[in-house]
Design a protein around this ligand. Structure first.
Ligand SMILES: Cc1cc2nc3c(=O)[nH]c(=O)nc-3n(C[C@H](O)[C@H](O)[C@H](O)COP(=O)(O)OP(=O)(O)OC[C@H]3O[C@@H](n4cnc5c(N)ncnc54)[C@H](O)[C@@H]3O)c2cc1C
Length: 453
């Protein structure tokens, strides 16, 4: 059963007569372990109606690139296939959710949607719910602990959120039962839709071409589960020891799948909790997946301008301001950064990994972010450039974790450190740390070839 704390009613309208129950899939892009889908299935069975799952393919989003949409369509192709096998209809149409879902909801008895935390996602849900004319239920399926239950105020860091999540998470770490549909949607006439398996759809969309499709990651729940099984079975038992080695990453690479809702964080948590790996590895992984990830959700849900420099803690902005005129040995603009054309081979290698794969190892992300702060003319410019690089090239960009972690580079969720040039009291990182703690030479070799050593 879906925990009642995951479900919210978004409007005052009642259920009504209708041809189907409609699930507007947006954040939780999966047909497996999806509480919004299971709530919609239960409603369809209760009303003796078929289930229609609809997706609005909306492209004019800032920084959206071909790589993001290709990955998303691969995931939606899995969804379409799995829903068909289950007896539900899947319909994808191009347009804003207000238009696509607004048209389909007219014949629906009830609308179910999933929960998204960011500004556009909240705006879409308010607009759709206000105009729906029938009851709209929202189901929160992409966190372990529902965000507002964990905390409704901005947490100062992992240390203040951790005990709150620890008290609650056990209740939400439960498998999700899959209920069969009673009425098939096979005969339902719905009109034309787009086929997510047809990647030529991408050519019609107005997407950025700076970051083209990647081959390192294939989207979809099937691929996410395959990687998860491999990780839990073969890699997790080295997680503590080897996760800071970026060249031969012993990490799960789940973040792109989580970002698109292609896998549930509860499904991952259960697989890790029950894996045959030392307790320390399992605990460390769950700390990242639950505490660090949900800290980003807390930041976005409790901070109005979560994507702006002004959302950073006051102590950090004040300290960075005091050092804004400190001389910089190197200053780079966005294009030089994007090209990976700095004086620093470690940084350029990280940028190369990001451009080629749409991913970067966590340890390198920290170094990569700190150097953008160090090499920007002002901290405000550094914040804007870092967020833009992050959201353009990472498959997992434009995520709550993007805003939380780019913020971390500038002091968010951290404490003041001894004062130094440019950084003030914000934590600093240098190349010597990489050399001491990681396999950085292999990493550079891997991404830039042996030209440098
Ligand atoms: C400057 C900077 C930018 C970042 N940008 C993003 C981003 O755009 N999108 C994104 O999802 N993550 C971002 N991160 C967080 C983290 O680096 C990635 O989530 C992680 O590297 C993903 O790899 P993985 O799935 O193999 O992680 P694993 O080590 O296998 O961890 C498992 C899961 O835990 C979560 N997690 C791990 N580390 C963090 C963290 N520091 N903060 C929040 N959640 C975490 C992720 O969901 C991850 O998939 C950023 C970190 C930094 C320092």
């Amino acid at each position: 059963m879906v925990e009642p704390e995951r479900v919210a009613v978004l409007n005052d309208a009642p259920e009504r007569e209708g041809r189907y129950v409609l699930y507007w899939m947006q954040q939780s892009q999966r047909a497996v372990f999806n509480p919004a889908l299971e709530v919609a299935v239960a409603a369809a069975n209760r009303r003796q109606l078929p289930l229609v799952v609809a997706f609005a393919l909306y492209d004019p989003l800032p920084q959206a690139q071909r790589r993001h949409y290709a990955f998303m369509l691969e995931g939606l192709a899995d969804v379409a296939q799995e829903l068909k096998e289950r007896g539900a209809a899947f319909l994808m149409r191009r347009g804003a959710p207000e238009e696509v879902i607004g048209a389909l909801v007219r014949q629906a008895a009830l609308l179910v949607c999933d929960r998204g935390y960011q500004r556009a996602q909240r705006r879409w849900r308010s607009a759709v719910a206000a105009a729906a004319g029938c009851r709209v239920l929202e189901v929160e399926g992409d966190v372990v602990v529902p965000a507002a239950l964990a905390s409704t105020r901005p947490e100062i860091g992992a240390r203040s959120l951790r005990p709150k999540l620890a008290r609650l998470s056990g209740r939400f770490l439960e498998p999700l039962r899959r209920t069969p549909l009673k009425v098939t949607a096979a005969g339902l006439k719905l009109g034309a839709g787009l086929d997510p398996a047809d990647l030529t759809v991408l050519d019609a969309l107005s997407l950025g071409r700076r970051a083209d499709v990647v081959t390192a990651f294939r989207g979809g729940h099937r691929e996410a589960r395959r990687r998860l099984q491999r990780f839990a079975g073969e890699v997790l038992s080295h997680y503590c020891a080897a996760r800071s080695l970026p060249a031969f990453a012993q990490v799960s690479e789940m973040s792109p799948y989580l970002h698109f809702g292609q896998i549930s964080p509860v499904e991952i948590s259960l697989a890790v909790r029950d894996a045959r790996a030392p307790q320390a590895d399992r605990d460390t992984y769950l700390e990242e997946l639950i505490v660090r990830r949900e800290l980003g959700v807390n930041f976005v849900t409790t901070t109005r301008d979560y994507d702006s420099y002004d959302a950073l803690p006051q102590w950090a902005r004040r300290s960075l301001q005091l050092h804004a005129r400190d001389p910089r040995t190197h200053v780079y603009g966005f294009e030089e950064l994007a090209a990976g054309a700095t004086h620093d081979p470690y940084w350029n290698a990280a940028m190369q990994e990001m451009r080629v794969t749409g991913f970067m190892h966590n340890y390198m992300r920290m170094y990569w972010g700190k150097k953008v702060l160090e090499w920007s003319a002002t901290p405000e410019e550094g914040h804007a450039a870092l967020l833009r690089l992050n959201n353009t090239y990472f498959l997992d960009g434009r995520d709550c974790s993007s805003y939380g972690n780019v913020g971390w580079v500038f002091g968010l969720h951290d404490r003041p450190w001894p004062e130094r040039a440019i950084f003030g009291n914000v934590r600093y990182m240098n190349a010597a740390g990489l050399e001491r703690k990681t396999d950085i030479r292999d990493y550079v070799d891997k991404w830039l070839g042996n030209r440098l050593f």
